[in-house]
Design a protein around this ligand. Structure first.
Ligand code: PGA
Length: 251
């Protein structure tokens, strides 16, 4: 089980450290539960310092697919690894929507992450009109297949998938536990087709989209929901702590 906080473009040098310290205080000791926070990149080293001595892992929110070079403004996988990052969120719907992230671009970034040893949290999810038209599985299948095309996955923990229905992100509207379970089982079947059952049965598939302390336990109890990618509710240590404890109850 993996609970990851996506801080998006929030906090600053001081408040990121305070938030990280608060989350360290909320952390529980549960061997089968991994907790990660993904602050904005300029704040990673301060947060890394604040997390020292805890089991909380560090992640980032984006990378570029090249190793290094003349790419002004971009961030490499190697930079993140050198700061102690384990994870990177890739293909988030906000990046697809506002920054022109394409399936091809996501695929290049996933390749770069996996080949350098950074674990990509690959985000997929349909928009409301696509769900209304009954096309949610078709959309998600394309996103998953594109993102993973040509990727070699040797261990189930080398990648993470996050199902984030776009209509549930930041809206207060959540997928029902049934809707989440159905899509997660479908995504697992796609992983099984590509990588076989050993990987598929153990890969973490997270739910994201308005997960909060009151709905976390029910969503996380679904058999194919292996954790959460949490935006708004990860910005308050006590709310994130409650989600961590909900996860601890169901692992
Ligand atoms: P939310 O965001 O929890 O605020 O809906 C989740 C995400 O975008 O990862």
């Amino acid at each position: 089980m993996l609970i990851a906080g996506n801080w998006k473009m929030n906090t600053d040098a001081r408040s990121s450290v305070e938030l990280a310290q608060g989350i360290v205080r909320e952390m529980v000791d549960s061997p089968s539960l991994t907790v990660a926070v993904c602050p904005p990149s300029p704040l990673l080293s301060g947060v890394a310092e604040a997390l020292k001595g805890s089991r909380i892992r560090l992640g980032a929110q984006n990378i570029y697919w090249a190793d290094a070079g003349a790419f002004t403004g971009e961030i490499s996988a190697q930079m993140l690894l050198s700061l102690g990052c384990h994870y990177v969120i890739l293909g988030h719907s906000e990046r697809r929507q506002h920054f022109g992230e394409t399936d091809g671009g996501v695929n290049s970034k996933v390749k770069q992450a996996v080949s350098t040893g950074l674990i990509p949290i690959i985000c997929v999810g349909e928009q409301l009109n696509q769900r209304k038209a009954g096309k949610e599985q078709e959309v998600v299948a394309l996103q998953v297949r594109f993102a993973l095309e040509g990727i070699q996955v040797k261990a189930p923990n080398a990648i993470v998938i996050a199902y984030e229905p776009v209509w549930a992100i930041g809206t207060g509207e959540t997928a029902t536990p049934d809707q989440a379970q159905q899509m997660h089982a479908f995504i697992r079947s796609l992983i099984r087709q590509q990588f076989g059952n050993t990987i598929a049965s153990k890969v973490n598939i997270l739910y994201g989209g308005s997960m909060n302390p009151s709905n976390a336990e029910e969503l996380l109890s679904q058999p194919d929901v292996n954790g959460g990618l949490i935006g708004g509710a990860s910005l308050k240590a006590d709310a994130f702590g409650k989600i961590i404890r909900a996860a601890q109850l169901v692992v």
